[in-house]
Design a protein around this ligand. Structure first.
Ligand code: B12
Ligand code: SF4
Length: 499
């Protein structure tokens, strides 16, 4: 009776991705503990499935992976129901939400342990310790409560990624046919999600990766990535890859080596990068990346204002001038730059906050002018606990506080906070939020994302026509007619549904 149940709460409405987070955890205990997986994306009633498994009396441990936002909607009530009905089970949460918000999670009373960051070593070691009644206090990457106090153990060095066990796709396939994980996207008919590195070497002050990875990054080698891609192509029929790494393009050499290997495999791919890093890449490298099938790259542009970039810890190397120049440079290589902006960052006065929003709206228009193919994604700044950063200090000073009860995170207001749509931050007025969202509506109307493959040419033309007039005249208020069409035609925003 020591089986392990692994749960990936629902994270998307369609285009389900391979649940890589929980699959890595499954790999860490493969051949050591018997495990089952429950994927909330593929279940109509995951709570019942989980309770049915537990009712067999064979399961002792539950591992939940939790990102902020919609995953909490299943994670919280299901964890609660499990603890009420099966008190003797051990509930372990991992992923970005519990790692960054450990207090609220442990205070809930229904989570016993949090794995803080990578679980590849910590999870099997924790199970071994619990099974053998041995101390777990010395294990790295663990957060737990003892005598009402929260204890965080030391962080482990990042593991050599080439030494990780292969992901047990064939086992996942026993529970949920792999077929449905290979979705049709802008990239291809059978798109596969893959993760080739962990962490990130940078310290942007708004980013949830920073408190967990503390500017560390470790990647699989080009040959390992290539072998995996080849296997995925041959065994599971993938024709496109989404690289889900926080920062796939950290090393020019690794990416160019990989490109050289994959170029004859007819794979299309996408990944995330920094503008200042890739701007240093040689022309020959960018050409090789495109030739190897990379069609679109996601960049955190964040803002066109150098002062704000500095406050975000993006400054020094990334500038507004560079953002525009690089968008133009990408034209030459036929790679679509997908720029994400974070609007609504804190400033000492409301006038300055407003000024900054107006500045970036104008800046985004300049980017579009320089390269109309640039895809724009607009987030509203939602604080993450990046303690010690100048920006987070400003956030705390403003009186902002995260919910103190875990259940409050699934209130509609905090859910949209997680989606970075309505941040509940004291310095943003309702008018400012409306301005950002209305501009986004008009912009998406004039330039519908290429990643929404269901939007026909005719529909695109109709929305573009309406939005074009507003865009030119800077009339962003009350764009109800565009919203209506987007609603009727179910316009898909990549920042919410995935790319
Ligand atoms: C794939 C992905 C998604 C997918 C869904 C993933 C799924 N689980 O089904 C989609 C595209 C739907 C998605 C959506 C969102 N996402 Co998302 N997503 C990612 C992404 C790119 C990769 C996650 C992944 O597969 N990692 C691979 C594994 C190997 O790494 P890992 O998750 O860190 O897992 C390790 C450890 O964390 C730990 N661990 C994780 N889970 C568990 C569980 C247990 C039991 C244990 C022991 C350990 C453990 O061990 C693992 C192995 O070492 C990450 C960024 C990233 N690169 O990690 C963002 C990320 C997690 N998403 C994020 C966010 C905010 C969202 C959204 C909520 C909002 C948004 N606007 O993007 C939306 C939600 C929308 C919705 N409708 O649900 C943020 C979280 C930020 C934060 N504040 O904490 C991230 C970090 C991106 C970012 N840099 O901002 N996402
Ligand atoms: S470069 Fe991207 S992933 Fe890295 S710290 Fe900055 S925002 Fe986060």
């Amino acid at each position: 009776m020591n089986k392990v149940l692994l749960f990936n709460p629902r994270s998307a409405n369609n285009t389900f991705r391979i649940p890589n987070s929980i699959l890595n955890i499954a790999a860490s205990i493969e051949n050591r503990y018997e495990w089952v997986i429950v994927d909330g994306n593929r279940e109509t009633n995951p709570q019942q499935t989980i309770l049915d498994y537990l009712a067999t009396g064979q399961f002792k441990y539950l591992g939940f992976t939790v990102m902020p936002g919609p995953q909490l909607r299943q994670a919280i009530p299901i964890a609660k129901a499990v603890k009420e009905q099966f008190k003797n089970t051990t509930m372990i949460w991992g992923g970005y939400f519990p790692s960054n918000h450990s207090k609220v999670v442990l205070d809930s009373g229904y989570v016993d342990f949090i794995v803080n960051g990578p679980g590849d070593n910590c999870f099997p070691k924790l199970l071994d310790a619990l099974e053998r009644f041995e101390p777990y206090e010395f294990l790295k990457n663990l957060i737990y409560k003892t005598n009402g106090k929260i204890v965080k153990t030391a962080k482990e060095d990042l593991i050599d990624q080439d030494s990780l066990p292969p992901l047990p796709y064939h086992q996942l396939n026993r529970f949920y046919p792999m077929e449905k994980y290979l979705g049709k996207t802008f990239l291809g008919d059978r798109t596969f999600a893959y993760h080739s590195s962990i962490g990130c070497p940078f310290t942007c002050s708004f980013c949830a990766v920073v408190p967990i990875y503390e500017a560390r990054w470790k990647a699989k080698s080009a040959i390992t990535v290539y072998n995996d891609v080849k296997y995925i192509k041959e065994k599971w029929g993938a024709d496109a890859i989404e690289f889900h790494d926080n920062n796939f393009f950290v090393s020019e050499k690794r990416v160019v080596d990989f490109s050289g290997m994959v170029k004859n495999d007819n794979m299309t791919w996408w990944g995330m990068a920094r503008i200042d890093t890739m701007d240093k890449f040689k022309d020959a490298s960018l050409a090789a990346i495109r030739e190897a099938g990379c069609k679109i790259i996601f960049f955190g542009a964040e803002s066109g204002n150098d002062k704000v970039l500095a406050q975000m810890d993006k400054g020094g190397t990334q500038t507004g001038e560079q953002i525009i120049r690089f968008a133009e440079r990408m034209k030459k290589f036929d790679i679509i730059p997908e720029y994400s902006f974070v609007l609504g960052t804190p400033a000492p006065t409301q006038a300055e906050v407003q000024e900054q929003i107006d500045f970036d709206i104008n800046f985004i228009k300049q980017v579009k002018h320089a390269n109309p193919n640039t895809e724009i994604v607009i987030y509203t700044y939602s604080p993450v606990p990046t303690e010690g950063s100048e920006m987070f200090e400003e956030v705390i000073k403003s009186g902002f506080a995260f919910p103190e009860k875990l259940e409050d995170w699934i209130s509609p207001a905090w859910e949209s906070f997680d989606l970075r749509k309505n941040p509940l931050t004291p310095w943003l007025t309702a008018d400012m939020i409306d301005k950002i969202r209305n501009f986004e509506t008009v912009l998406n109307g004039l330039y519908p994302t290429v990643t929404d493959i269901r939007l026909s040419l005719l529909k695109r033309k109709a929305i573009k026509l309406m939005a074009g007039l507003r865009y030119k005249a800077n009339l962003f208020d009350y764009p109800y007619e565009i919203k209506l069409l987007q609603k009727v035609w179910k316009y898909r925003q990549p920042e919410i549904q995935g790319f």
